[in-house]
Design a protein around this ligand. Structure first.
Ligand code: CMP
Length: 138
């Protein structure tokens, strides 16, 4: 069924000039853009967004990194959006990401891994709602 996922183009990919190439890969893979914004996260916003990782050892580093520069946040739509998007971006650690995936092409490290993608339909909805109101979805 057609459904939605949520993504962020992270500060490393933005700083390295990859916004256009990444959006091109996403659109070429059949996703359409439901909502999009260019913003810099505050510590509070990033901390709340990643609250599920609060007890993990990388949480502090993750929040620091995600607030280090602007990001692109977007809601994307396609059949099987969550699973297809995770396939398109590749493994969380770019060293393990398959050839041709977004993280393989544009990411440098597990923190600076170029993009976020929701891990379930439920989280896609929660994450999209965190960033976008009903008037910002098309
Ligand atoms: P993301 O999909 O945005 O969700 C949480 C992020 O934490 C993840 O991508 C990685 O960039 C980062 N991270 C850092 N270390 C780890 C780790 N050991 N396991 C999972 N995620 C990690």
């Amino acid at each position: 069924a057609t459904n939605r996922t949520f993504t962020m183009i992270k500060p490393d990919a933005v700083a390295n000039g990859h916004i256009g190439a990444i959006l091109n890969d996403i659109i070429a893979d059949g996703f359409s853009i439901v909502a999009m914004k260019y913003i810099q996260l505050t510590k509070k916003t990033a901390g709340d967004f990643y609250a599920v990782h609060k007890e993990r050892p990388f949480y502090g580093e993750l929040v620091n990194f995600m607030t280090s520069g602007p990001i692109v946040a977007a809601i994307l739509e396609k059949d099987n959006a969550v699973a297809d998007f995770r396939k398109l971006i590749g493994a969380t650690n770019p060293a393990e990401a398959a050839e041709g995936t977004i993280r393989n092409k544009y990411a440098k490290s597990i923190d600076a891994n170029a993009v976020h993608g929701s891990d379930s339909n439920e989280n896609a909805e929660i994450e999209g709602n965190f960033f976008f109101s009903q008037f910002e979805r098309f």
